[in-house]
Design a protein around this ligand. Structure first.
Ligand code: ARG
Ligand code: ASP
Length: 720
């Protein structure tokens, strides 16, 4: 046997710290829990520089963008950077055939040209406090779970109302560690957010869904916005004479770039992770639910693709739908593969065996912890059938656009069917629906939907048991002798929801009698059949099992923390501000293959294919590449870097987050993860879990040299 030397051990220790990347940490606890490790990994600033309530700090520049992304303030005039895919909805709304900003990009050359976005908000955390004691006060062991929850809700209500009144901020309390800790968050919400700039889609979305979730990547996934406030500097709804916001802090931007091994951290709003689930839950997600959903989505995507490839109009109509279906589809494939590769279920089972042994060994722990795992076991066993039944409603039934669209009319038809109809209300509802009808048909191609419907209904019939599915499926067997094509043909022939004109005419009259007839429409009847099935067979048991699992999970979480009492735990992501840190590093995705930690403009030219939509390159970008005209944005070799990979533990919601270097200067915008590592929401693997970021130098190069909007770069604080 090889002799283990002292140096070997030191080497292993170094190796261990070099790959530390797991964890989404609470900014307020960084000093206590993480600062030492962060400094050991290379950080040169302090935890207090990142999060402070006493002085301005990095946190003053980080905001929740809309409801699902992160953005950061990069100038003293409230300029914001986020991802292109985060600003996509806004860019699309401002686009028309004459001004196609999605295709061509948009740049406001002065503040007066910046475009308002009603409904878009930006939320800034002012401070946070641990309120666990107050939220959990008054709870006794005698309370049932529902009494316990009621008491907690009541405590939360009283605490938030009081804090909101005293502080003038919007206050929320969030649960951490599955209900073992609670934090109060004081937020300021800005409501006048204007679009400043966006690159053309073939830069902002270069590689499209083909490259999505993948490294190596060449996407310039960024867009630019600005926060406006009233003359007193207070958040306000859009007003033409509002002024740019003056933040307490804005991020300096470094042109020095990052190299393999450099320390980086990501500061943002990760949405949801489930790191502490028992093995049965991981199995249900990755071995049962994901594979079914992946198949169903794959079928739909194939149909979309067939039509999109033969008709450019259809490709545009289905671009956003396709992106939505494809994003989760690809993520689930990566997640299930990743867990299998990690042997994740067996690892969890091992932990559970240890837990059970530990719990049984001590009378003090036995009562609370010993029954947990068997209870999980039986709950998740019961959940399997219910989860799949629910998945099939959502993916198959509602995967048919006609059915999903008809659901929008359910409230209207219910209103018309009341014994005493309120004509005024009916007219108001009809009026609102008119726009939705027009929007729907603008992006609807019926031949696709018919083909999808046939495929989905067949899959539904083949995969869900006769005694546990909506009645309409059994009617297909009885009334149509199982001929799905006939049933689908009848659905599309008889339903009013296939006809824009008929629908608009109906909404125009708003006659209760005609609207009432919707109750007999085959699309709404199908929807009703699924709803009835859900309400009678799924809803109650799902609610009960989920509530039971929530409470088991809370106790299991506490137990894990007690058992491994010298391990540092981080709470699952819950859409609160977090810091995650790691290093810039490539990885080995497969045997004999190594991926470098950065990509360059040369790679864009290599991928270029004028015949493949995802790989079309702008003429102007090609010209800039030919001249190698990168100015101050080039790396030390004179190359243009586009993106880089690092081991920061991120998830959905981290999109748009700044990636910062050891000095707290911005070096990139986070936008994705690599496919091999997407199981990180359930189990992080330091060997292959990587976040993907646009190199900030590419972003500035596009703004300055490509778009000619240098005035925006001049506004920023650039460190050379
Ligand atoms: N995968 C990234 C995320 O989960 C980017 C999604 C948007 N891009 C796309 N090609 N669909 O949000
Ligand atoms: N692309 C994701 C987002 O939009 C980020 C991720 O899942 O890594 O938030």
């Amino acid at each position: 046997m090889k002799k283990i030397s002292f140096w070997w051990i030191i080497g292993m220790l170094l190796l261990k710290s070099a790959s530390a990347g797991e964890g989404m940490w609470i900014p307020m606890l960084l000093q206590q829990l993480n600062e030492k490790e962060m400094k050991a990994m290379g950080m040169r600033i302090t935890a207090e520089d990142i999060y402070s309530v006493n002085k301005s700090s990095l946190k003053d520049a980080i905001v929740l963008f809309g409801r699902g992304c992160t953005a950061e303030i990069v100038s003293d005039q409230g300029l914001l950077l986020t991802n292109h895919h985060c600003g996509y909805g806004q860019i699309q709304k401002h686009s028309s055939v004459e001004h196609d900003y999605l295709t061509n990009g948009f740049w406001a050359m002065s503040q007066s040209e910046e475009l308002p976005n009603p409904g878009l908000t930006v939320t800034m955390l002012m401070k946070m406090e641990d309120v666990s004691m107050a939220v959990l006060s008054g709870l006794t062991n005698e309370l049932s779970e529902s009494q316990r929850n009621a008491k907690i809700s009541e405590n939360i209500r009283i605490l938030t109302e009081k804090a909101a009144k005293e502080s003038g901020f919007e206050v929320v309390i969030r649960s951490f560690f599955n209900g073992n800790q609670y934090y109060m968050l004081y937020n300021q919400v800005f409501k006048d957010i204007r679009l400043v700039g966006a690159p053309p889609s073939n830069i902002g979305k270069f590689g499209g869904d083909t490259d999505n979730w993948m490294w190596p990547r060449h996407t310039g996934d960024f867009s630019v916005f600005r926060i406006y406030v009233d003359k007193e500097g207070k958040p306000s709804e859009y007003k033409p004479d509002n002024v740019p916001f003056k933040p307490a802090y804005h991020l300096p931007i470094s042109l020095k770039g990052v190299e393999e091994g450099d320390f980086t951290f990501v500061f943002g709003y990760p949405a949801r992770t489930s790191q502490y689930l028992p093995s049965q839950a991981v199995k249900l997600i990755t071995e049962v639910s994901n594979p079914h959903k992946v198949n169903l989505r794959g079928t739909r995507l194939d149909i979309f693709k067939k039509y999109a490839n033969s008709d450019p109009k259809v490709r545009i109509q289905y671009a956003a739908k396709d992106a939505g279906v494809a994003n989760a589809w690809k993520k689930m494939i990566g997640e299930s593969k990743g867990i299998r590769r990690l042997d994740g279920i067996a690892r969890k089972q091992q932990l559970e065996q240890d837990f059970q042994k530990w719990a049984n060994a001590d009378v003090a722990f036995q009562k609370a912890y010993a029954p947990l795992l068997p209870a999980f076991e039986s709950n998740y066993k019961e959940l399997e059938k219910l989860t799949l039944a629910n998945d099939y409603i959502n993916e198959c039934g509602l995967g048919i656009e006609l059915i999903r669209f008809s659901a929008m009319f359910k409230p209207l038809s219910d209103e018309a069917s009341k014994p005493k109809t309120d004509q005024k209300k009916l007219e108001e509802m009809s009026k609102k629906l008119q726009n939705q009808v027009k929007e729907f048909f603008q992006d609807y191609h019926q031949p696709i939907d018919i083909e999808v419907a046939e495929a989905m209904i067949n899959a539904y019939l083949n995969n869900q048991p006769t005694d546990f599915r909506p009645d309409f499926l059994n009617d297909i067997n009885n009334d149509f002798k199982g001929n799905v094509s006939d049933w689908v043909a009848g659905l599309f022939e008889k339903s009013i929801f296939t006809s824009q004109n008929k629908l608009l005419a109906m909404l125009e009259d708003a006659s209760p009698r005609k609207i009432r007839a919707l109750q007999k429409d085959p699309a709404l009847l199908t929807l009703k059949s699924m709803r009835d099935f859900y309400e009678t067979r799924l809803q109650k048991p799902l609610q009960n099992l989920n509530a039971s699992n929530d409470s088991l999970q809370r106790i299991y979480m506490r137990g894990l923390m007690e058992m491994q009492n010298n391990k540092l735990f981080y709470p699952d992501a819950n859409f609160t501000l977090r810091v995650t840190y790691g290093k810039v590093e490539g990885y080995q995705p497969a045997d004999a293959v190594y991926y470098n930690h950065y990509t360059t403009l040369k790679g864009i030219m290599e991928k270029e294919d004028p015949n493949v939509y995802d790989y079309v390159v702008e003429e102007k970008l090609k010209a800039l590449y030919k001249e190698a005209d990168y100015g101050i944005y080039a790396d030390t070799n004179g190359e243009m870097r586009v993106a880089f990979a690092a081991s920061n533990h991120t998830t959905g919601g981290n999109s748009g987050s700044p990636v910062l270097n050891a000095d707290g200067q911005m070096v990139g915008i986070n936008f994705d993860r690599c496919w091999e590592g997407t199981m990180s929401d359930l189990m992080y693997d330091p060997a292959v879990s990587r976040n993907i970021s646009a190199d900030i130098r590419y972003v500035l190069f596009i703004i300055d040299k490509f778009a000619g909007a240098k005035h925006l770069v001049d506004e920023m604080t650039i460190v050379r």
